[in-house]
Ligand binder design. Sequence first.
Ligand code: ADP
Length: 400
Amino acid sequence: MVVIIKISLENEMDLILANKRCMKVAELLGLTIATQTTFATAVSEIARTVIDITNNGELDIGVVQKGQRHELAALVTFNSDLTLGKADEGVYYAQRLVPQFEMVRDGNLCRIEMKIGLPRSLNTNKVKLDYLKNYFKQEVPATPYEEIKRKNVALNQITAEQEEEIKRSKFIDDKKNEFISIASHELKTPLTVIKAYTQMALKAKDECSERVRQYLVKIDSQSAKLHDLVKQLLDISKAENGKLDYNMQTVSLDEFIAEMVSIMQNITPGHQLEFSVCSGVNISVDSLRMEQVFSNLISNAAKYSAKNTVINIVCTLSADKKNVTIAVSDQGIGMSEESIKSIFNKFYRAETVSNNYAGLGMGLYITAQIIKDHRGKIWAESEIHNGSVFYISLPCTVSR
Ligand code: ADP
């Protein structure tokens, strides 16, 4: 059958629609008003019967070609364990109205086909059928109900496409995570061995030239960097799977920050680290993970600002003493509003830094995950060329 129009049969409103459409198709094919009405009435009878027992009916109106002859056809399909018989009123009348009536059941699927022959004089051909299909595609909805129904169909289609797209991107993301996880595990073992041998060589008492020693120092520091990157990659796959594990303990924030500043001052000797504390606040943290957070924020502050500038770390206690906010500010290159929206996304790097600064865009993503797992918040304020401030807010356990 060449289907001209499809109508789902769900409720009473669809009956009106089915009737109108049957009349219109028959009219456009050139049938008389009497035949239009006969066909539309037969279809309506079946549609009503189907709607009475189920809401999953489908009506296809179209034309069947048999050799040189054409027939106007309506096919109603539905799923139901109820069997319709000749005794059903709708079936009884429909059967009397159309010359060809066939009802077939296959399990729960029932098909009812009704056909009326089209006189040769109507000249039914492919061009006419294409015109009819287009006509109904473009025709404005006959009723507000039909308009809503069409919009629903379009919406369902969009939803289905989006679900498919989400499934596809989730699959790709899962594969990517799997790769990151396997690759980082595979990289970690040889790297640890390289690092261990380099350190053994550096500590060995055997004589070695100053030049070779310098090479070993370089291998040692570069493999440490590589080790950090691999660790970050592993953390990313752990964060994705919700497997970043925490060993929480209560620490004094002031002491924690003081120690962090002293460690980081050694790592970033080109910058001046200053800090002010909010005395007497305890926080519950996984120290190693929180060190990772501060190390990332402070090393970013150093990386994205000129040498000899100041990096400030300021703690502020909320009025109700329930939260503490720690601000890490620099006097560096700053960020655009657009960048600020994306910096906590995995692998994001601002266009302005991609070619000039080393990095992979993993640090802030992991940092944000760690802060979230500490029931805290992280955000940033910045302006291009005007430095950046990263804020972390954490719940306090006890304030002394
Ligand atoms: P990476 O520094 O390795 O690129 P991060 O995840 O730590 O990765 O940071 C993501 C991006 O956020 C950086 O690429 C940079 O564009 C921006 N960014 C982070 N910290 C700062 C900062 N202090 N100043 C300016 N831009 C920053």
